[in-house]
Write a protein that binds this ligand. Structure first.
Ligand code: ADP
Ligand code: MG
Length: 588
């Protein structure tokens, strides 16, 4: 494929923007400055330099007047913004973000990119779509197509790629600042948007604010200081709340930790240290989650459909990682939602699929690694009449969860003074534990009770790695004492039918390739360098590295691509030596 023919896919999001391209027939995320997601934040530094992404997001805490967030909400509204004393149109601010994406694509692909598919919410009107095209033009991008975000999500799941497919999908997209629900119908390659509903001011930011607000209230009651009135402290508290919120998606509790948030009357520094339980957090945001369900009902009603008429429920947007969202939707729709594709990447991956189709590339099925079964332990439940219900399956990891994944839950012993617990690990979907497949069991002994009622709280953690190997560990909640056991579970990719379909498709592609000339690689590297890069990505994928080393390696890889694009051979040699050293260090 010629450079000029390549088209990139861009999810230009309210809080995060994401870049993806087709590589070897499948959509892949392209990191922007070594991160999967680029915060949609633009700023100007005190030195007058433009900053996009994390640096700008950090600057917002200290200098909001030089920083712009959530510009997407203003697209096509004829309202300008001021950044560091200058006025900008929303298109211009968005163009800064697009420029950053183009630069990242250039680094990753080794050549300039000028064509893109950009996604917009299904409810965006003509003016808003036009503004998006203009943002592209300002950035120097030819926007080949604007596609609806729910359509992109469906494409990411491979729906609509086959002409004889006919299905209705409900896409529930809960992001950082917005919530959209769309019902789409795919019919012989044509996508109809049957209904959309949602709330332009509802998302993860509100959840952060609820949690931060609760802690600010407690702080005010204790110290008589309202943190909401102090921009910097409030911004820091919101950031800390977001971190805790994200942790609560996989852990039963998280701690909001903030040092030096304010001084008391005597000038003594005050800190915050507040543990939050998952249930407490879910209660804080429950009315917001219920509001999303009201939109789901409205969309169904507008499309004259009942939940039964919907074939697929797709969860996209970073906030759908909150387990309560999955539970609520499973209950409301009467079927398990799909969330196998990284919820914050789905839209960009779908944009890349559309981009690939426009560029005339062969598109394979999208492969994701998921755990095919639910995993959990046997528990005993006490009904409020005091009756013991035995053999109850407590799911820690749901079927179809993308791996790797780590989940924890707190369990309590049954009778006062109980010293031992037998942990039985099962895989399967039955509520009755013993109807599932027993993967293994082990004893936790010598427990010390850690509650006033002489019961013991323990945290059970399930960690499933990329190879489907399950590691179960149990910690006494108070003492932190650890018992660990390794269990083997099978990994499976998609369904067998989907796999053979993909294989047949691949075979076709290979056959076609034999007849054609040698296909041009993404970047023409010297074979020695290619081999080295391959080894480096192998190390990144298969070795457990500390974050520092991994990021050094990816940094050098990016530099090598850049040096190659600039044809700088001396720099290439230098960088290759550096990479070899890092690989040796990693392989040790
Ligand atoms: P948008 O489409 O609005 O740009 P995203 O779909 O990327 O945004 O979602 C961003 C939101 O997802 C943020 O509020 C972020 O805090 C939230 N988020 C990301 N990961 C998690 C997680 N593991 N649990 C809960 N919320 C998460
Ligand atoms: Mg989004």
């Amino acid at each position: 494929m010629n450079h000029e023919d390549r088209v990139i896919g861009i999810d230009l999001g309210t809080t995060y923007s994401v870049l993806a391209v087709i590589v070897d027939g499948a959509p892949r995320l392209v990191p922007v400055k070594n991160e999967r997601l680029l915060p949609s934040v633009v700023g100007v530094s005190p030195q007058g330099e433009v900053m996009v992404g994390y640096p700008a997001r950090n600057q917002w805490v200290v200098a909001p007047e030089r920083t712009i967030r959530s510009i997407k909400r203003k697209m096509g509204k004829g309202e300008n913004v001021t950044m560091a004393g200058r006025t900008y149109t929303p298109q211009e601010i968005s163009a800064f973000i697009l420029r950053e994406m183009m630069a990242a694509a250039r680094v990753a692909l080794g050549h300039p990119v000028t064509r893109a598919v950009i996604t917009v919410p299904a409810y965006f009107n003509e003016v808003q779509r036009q503004a998006t095209l203009e943002a592209g033009a300002i950035a120097g991008l030819t926007v080949e197509r604007i596609i609806n975000e729910p359509t992109a999500s469906a494409l990411a799941y491979g729906y609509g790629l086959s002409n004889d497919e006919h299905l209705k999908a409900l896409v529930y997209d809960l992001g950082g600042g917005t919530f959209d629900v769309s019902i789409i119908e795919l019919n012989q390659g044509v996508v109809d948007v049957l209904a959309t509903a949602g709330d332009n001011y509802l998302g993860g930011d509100d959840f952060d604010e609820r949690l931060a607000g609760m802690i600010a209230d407690e702080f005010r009651d204790a110290h008589g200081i309202d943190l909401r009135q102090k921009h910097q402290a409030w911004a820091r508290l919101q950031r800390a709340a977001e971190e805790a919120k994200i942790e609560l998606s996989s852990m039963p509790y998280a701690t909001v930790n903030l040092e030096y948030v304010a001084n008391d009357k005597k000038g003594k520094p005050l800190h915050i240290r507040r543990e939050v339980e998952r249930g407490e957090f879910v209660e804080l945001i429950d009315d917001l989650l219920q509001r999303t369900l009201a939109s789901v009902d409205k969309a169904l009603q507008d499309a004259s459909l009942t939940p039964r008429d919907v074939d697929r429920v797709l969860l996209v947007g970073g906030s759908t990682r909150i387990p309560a969202v999955w539970d609520l939707m499973a209950e409301r729709m009467g079927k398990d939602p799909h969330g196998e594709i990284d919820p914050d990447a789905a839209v960009a991956l779908g944009a890349a699929v559309q981009a690939g189709i426009i560029a005339g590339e062969e598109i394979d099925a999208v492969l994701v690694d998921v755990t095919p079964f639910s995993l959990g332990i046997e528990t005993v439940r006490m009904s409020f009449t005091g009756q013991m219900q035995q053999d109850v399956f407590a799911r820690l990891v749901r079927g179809n969860t993308t791996i790797p994944v780590s989940k924890s839950e707190v369990f309590t012993t049954i009778y006062p003074g109980q010293k031992d617990i037998r942990i039985r690990v099962y895989q399967g979907e039955s509520q009755i534990a013993s109807h599932n497949t027993l993967l293994g069991e082990f004893m936790v002994e010598d427990l010390k009770s850690n509650r006033p009622d002489r019961l013991t709280d323990v945290t059970v953690n399930f960690a499933l790695d990329v190879n489907g190997i399950l590691d179960v560990s149990v910690l006494e909640r108070k003492t932190g004492k650890l018992v660990s056991e390794r269990l083997k579970a099978n990994r499976q990719r998609l369904s067998p039918e989907q796999i053979s379909e993909s294989q047949a498709k691949l075979a076709e592609v290979y056959a076609a390739r034999d007849e054609e000339e040698e296909v041009e690689a993404v970047t023409a590297f010297d074979p020695g360098v290619s081999a080295l890069l391959e080894r480096a990505s192998g190390v990144l994928e298969h070795t457990e590295l500390d974050a520092q080393l991994a990021s050094e390696i990816s940094g050098v890889i990016a530099d090598i691509h850049r040096a190659n694009a600039e044809d700088d051979t001396d720099r290439m040699e230098e960088l290759c030596d550096e990479l070899i050293d890092l690989i040796m260090e990693a392989e040790e």
